[in-house]
Design a protein around this ligand. Structure first.
Ligand code: F6R
Length: 632
């Protein structure tokens, strides 16, 4: 038990709850034990102002945060004679429908959730209310079971299976015990293990939002007579560009006129309001059916922007010179890890530097052979991927020089690394990355260029965006290929060296959005087992962009073709393939100046898109996924 002097807690809690109008559908408690809810990703939004704008601000912010999770969502809004808490399962539109008849207040918090273990139902959704506290949380309260048992022993009851509700109950308990919210927060920090960004409102003090942070990201935005709270600056960029990023070890009291910032010793901290200078988050998909398609169509412009920013008219590349490093380690997750593999092949081939590409989630726990002064490159679109961020912190602590290749400005990884290169892909909304991955790979290609691009190469390079545009516009080709694939249960991708890295990404793209099982293999590996899976009609997509290994890959293609595979070949025009060993072919034009392999990922993205479309999948928000993975 916590202290013994605490009585009547449960009664007090009931009393407060009865006074509050809670508009949530009653769902009977399930009898099975639902395991720990980890709140893996999730988005937080908060508003306080003199105007009654909380409701529209929370809804618009939640839509922008939906990329962090879309299993369920909820808001709590307060104001004169107003206090409502509404939750709904599924995407934000469902929540919107539930609140459309309600008037706004001037204070509120909201949350969009991505569940891991706990089912995505209303009781597990945020905000959670416990006694005097209404709270939203992102992160994991690791010791929540232990805390929960102690609170239960003290008479507290719980409605959900979440760790977040335990956080709310603990804050309520500590406030009751200390009578001072600042002291309660400091005590909370001592007692709770894990990661959290928390925004909460205290009953009776509805002129402020309390925010606490440890490891999970949180920003506070400043308007005129109003402030915002968000897990991501992009959720509030259409309202304000002025913001403060909360650091670990800080908490804040947010009021409409500004904030008070403290450390966990209760010492007041100064804060400097920054002005965001990145691109405005473009969350409009225009005439496109899906964000993913729009983002693929953005790719020519992305390459153009990268060339303009990082290559001079004389062909000099304005990016860090890697030639002095003896070893390079790349850390990343998912598609960014695939981009890392592209970087490995290019650095090893062009710069002759050995490169190790590590999955960030593994890197943290394995033996490290980093030496002082080694280079560690972190690749990340969001700049918030928890595993990648943790890997960078470890690398720094071992004395490595850290370099980030990051898309989102001012993100946690961008701020953590010694040096950052922005990929300039603009905001990416679709969960499956396309243009950001292409941008990462293109930056890595440019970093692998020795000295400079020759005059002719440079002249050709600036035409690449136009060539890609033509490729992307051939939608009929990709639709035809999708037609062949979409009813199959398995699809295989094969390629060698850098083409294998491209295949890994093509395979991930297909499976994550179309839900068709797919695997990528180094072409020479098939006969060591996998070839037994090839049957009459099994689609096999093969990438060949390197003339040197062309014939080797062709031999492997023939092996699957003779066992009945339907072969789709993505091949560089330069490779000049002849023969009838494939069924369909997509040609990557030869004017690519070394970018052939990277560009061949574009047809793979389009094939995945068209397959998912034929299968009526939720393309921009595939099931169970989220855009930004902010805890381990
Ligand atoms: C797949 C995809 C993910 C991300 C991965 C890393 O389409 O987008 O595999 O690449 O979650 O995310 P970032 O790049 O934000 O670190």
């Amino acid at each position: 038990m916590f202290g013994g002097c605490y009585s009547g807690f449960a009664d007090r809690k009931l009393y407060i709850k009865n006074k509050i109008e809670i508009i949530t559908k009653y769902i009977p408690r399930k009898y099975q034990q639902i395991p720990k809810e980890e709140n893996f990703l999730c988005g937080i939004i908060g508003y306080i102002g003199k105007e009654k704008r909380a409701l529209p601000v929370l809804l618009s912010g939640l839509k922008k945060l939906e990329y962090r999770g879309y299993d369920s969502a909820g808001i709590a809004v307060f104001g004169e004679d107003k206090d409502f808490l509404v939750k709904s399962v599924g995407q934000i539109v469902n929540l919107e429908k539930k609140v459309e008849h309600l008037d706004s207040g001037n204070l509120g918090i909201g949350h969009t959730r991505w569940a891991t273990h706990g089912v995505p139902d209303e009781k597990n959704s945020h905000p959670h209310r416990s006694g005097s506290i209404t709270l939203v949380h992102n992160g994991i309260l690791e010791n929540y079971m232990e805390l929960k048992q102690k609170l239960i022993a003290d008479g507290v009851s719980f409605e959900s299976d979440t760790d977040s509700e335990v956080g709310a109950a603990l804050l309520d308990y500590l406030y009751y015990k200390t009578g001072d919210m600042m002291k309660a927060i400091m005590e909370f920090k001592k007692m709770v293990k894990g990661s959290y960004a928390i925004a909460f409102i205290l009953k009776g003090l509805e002129d402020r939002i309390f925010v606490i942070k440890n490891l999970s990201p949180l920003v506070i935005g400043f308007g005129i007579d109003e402030c915002y709270v968000a897990s991501d600056i992009h959720a509030i960029l259409d309202k304000t560009k002025k913001y403060v990023t909360l650091e670990d070890g800080e908490f804040a009291i947010v009021k409409s006129e500004g904030i008070e910032l403290y450390d966990y010793d209760g010492e007041h901290r100064e804060h400097e309001i920054k002005e965001y200078d990145g691109a405005f988050a473009d969350s409009d998909k225009g005439e496109f059916e899906h964000f993913m398609l729009k983002e693929i169509y953005d790719e020519p412009e992305v390459i153009k922007t990268i060339l303009m920013k990082y290559v001079t008219d004389q062909g000099y590349v304005n990016l860090p010179d890697l030639s002095n490093y003896k070893n390079i380690t790349i850390v990343a997750c998912g598609s960014a890890w695939h981009a890392g593999l592209v970087g490995k092949y290019l650095f090893e081939k062009n710069l002759h530097i050995p490169v190790t590409v590590e999955l960030a989630s593994e890197f943290k726990y394995k033996s490290s052979f980093l030496n002082e002064g080694d280079l560690v490159i972190a690749i990340s679109q969001s700049g918030e991927t928890a595993d990648t961020l943790a890997a960078i912190k470890i690398a720094s602590s071992l004395g490595a020089h850290t370099l980030g290749i990051v898309n989102v400005k001012e993100s946690s990884i961008a701020r953590e690394v010694d040096e950052v290169i922005y990929t300039l892909a603009g905001s990416e909304i679709a969960v499956a990355t396309t243009k950001a991955y292409l941008a990462q790979s293109t930056i890595l290609f440019l970093m692998s260029v020795k000295d400079k691009l020759e005059k002719d190469e440079y002249k050709q390079m600036v035409k690449v965006p136009l060539v890609i545009e033509k490729m992307i516009n051939e939608r009929a080709v990709y639709k035809e290929l999708a037609d062949v694939i979409y009813e199959h249960d398995d699809v295989f991708f094969i390629g060698r060296l850098i083409d294998y890295a491209i295949c890994l990404e093509g395979s991930l793209k297909l499976k994550e959005i179309s839900y068709i099982h797919s695997e990528a293999y180094a072409a020479g590996e098939l006969k060591h087992g996998t070839i037994s899976l090839i049957r009459e009609g099994t689609p096999v997509i093969s990438v060949i962009t390197d003339e040197k290994i062309r014939d080797k890959t062709i031999s492997n293609i023939k092996e699957v073709k003779s066992r009945g595979a339907f072969v789709i070949l993505i091949v560089s025009e330069r490779c000049n393939v002849i023969g009838d060993f494939y069924d369909k072919k997509v040609i990557i034009p030869k004017e690519m100046v070394g970018l052939e392999a990277i560009i061949s990922s574009i047809p793979l993205q389009l094939i995945a898109y068209e397959v998912a479309r034929l299968r009526n999948c939720s393309i921009d928000k595939p099931r169970n996924l989220a855009k930004s993975v902010t805890v381990e």
